[in-house]
Design a protein around this ligand. Structure first.
Ligand SMILES: *Cc1c(COP(=O)(O)O)cnc(C)c1O
Length: 365
């Protein structure tokens, strides 16, 4: 097929099947809409999937980060070390707790927080470390967990893009407090939604309180909390989607493997030996004019996205905290070079071949 007769390939394509619709209708018919039995069932199923002792459902990935930080004792005056190469919520969730984000540059191998630079960033104010498993590739989380252990710091994993990813055989979200997002374009979705995972009974208990107005029992408020609760409709969708997640992840991995076999002219994503990358994004590095290539791909019927064009420390809201160009050169170079191609499970084999052939044609010398 030529570009003009081919349907446009979007960079992301959420799937909503008959089972999801049925599940939502059942919730509406039940009349129970706020957090209830479906949320509990979803929490049990997700905890089992990740291999964590507890899971606590909330109403977004951002909520999961805020509740996780607060459940780990992060508050005003504290510093939380994180990555400058992520979605803004990674940093703003820290600010929402009254704490200060402190950045450590990323490793050019996988765009994840570089553990080799972590210890230099630790101060007397440091309370927690929050690495991101960016694009679905695990950070070097075992090394980071060890540094946290040695320095008595909490570990919160921003696993918003990494449902089902594993580092050296161990699922992400089990090293510290895991935070997942179910935004529509993530590897599985609930509409809006999020969840925390932990093996720590105390953290789980505090997270449950913080999620629902710090309420110990009805109208007795022992902790500071707000309304971060998951809705039953979202949990019902999540239960169906969780059943599809492994199949989708396998298809993403197969699509990514095929793209990397076929693409010759640009640098394709790296996967660390022994790690499971679940390819929330399939992100190439472009050495020439990235924005021009994006435009040409768009015209050829291939949707792409730039994750992320501006590193967090250069965002206007964060820059005023004293950062500037040159603060984190690896993250800045990544922001200029990255381009995410479609890798989602709705792609057919011909789509994958067309994407690779089009990249080879348009990005070549
Ligand atoms: C999506 C995402 C979030 C926020 O999740 P929401 O559900 O959109 O609030 C946080 N961090 C990262 C890395 C994300 O990709």
């Amino acid at each position: 097929m030529t570009a003009s007769t081919r349907p446009f390939i979007p960079v992301a394509k959420p799937f909503i099947g008959a089972e999801e619709k049925q599940a939502v209708m059942e919730v509406l018919d039940s009349g129970q809409l706020a957090q209830g039995p479906r949320t509990e069932a979803f929490e049990r199923a997700f905890a089992e999937y990740v291999g964590a002792k507890h899971a606590i459902g909330v109403n977004s990935g951002t909520a999961a980060l805020i509740v996780a930080l607060q459940a780990n004792g992060v508050g005003p005056g504290d510093e939380v070390i994180t990555s400058p190469f992520s979605f803004i919520a990674t940093a703003t969730s820290i600010i929402a707790c009254g704490a200060t984000p402190v950045f450590v540059d990323v490793d050019p191998f996988d765009f994840n927080l570089d553990p080799g630079q972590l210890e230099d960033a630790i101060t007397d104010q440091t309370k927690a470390v929050m690495p991101v498993h960016i694009f679905g590739h695990p950070a070097r989380i075992a090394e980071i967990a060890e540094i946290c252990e040695d320095n008595d710091l909490a570990l919160v994993e921003d696993a918003a893009q990494a449902h089902g990813a594993a580092h050296q055989g161990r699922p992400v979200g089990t090293f510290g407090t895991g935070c997942f997002s179910f935004y529509p374009t993530k590897n599985m979705m609930t509409g809006e939604g999020g969840i925390l995972t932990t093996n720590d009974d105390e953290v789980a208990h505090r997270a449950r309180l913080i999620r629902a107005h710090g309420q110990e029992r009805r109208y007795l408020h022992e902790a500071f909390g707000l309304n971060w609760r998951m809705q039953e409709m979202n949990a019902a969708i999540g239960l169906v989607q969780l059943g599809r997640l492994e199949g989708w992840n396998e298809t993403r991995i197969a699509n990514a493997t095929r793209l990397s076999e076929l693409i010759r002219v640009v640098e394709t994503p790296r996967v660390r030996d022994g790690d499971r990358h679940v390819f929330h994004q399939y992100t190439i590095r472009v050495t020439g004019d990235r924005d021009a290539l994006q435009q040409k791909l768009q015209e050829a019927g291939v949707g792409t996205a730039v994750h992320y064009p501006i590193p967090i420390h250069e965002q206007p809201i964060i820059r005023e905290m004293g950062f500037g160009e040159g603060s984190f050169p690896v993250a800045e170079a990544a922001a200029r070079a990255v381009l995410s191609l479609p890798v989602h499970p709705a792609l057919g084999p011909e789509d994958v071949e067309y994407i690779a052939a089009t990249v080879n044609r348009l990005a070549g010398p």
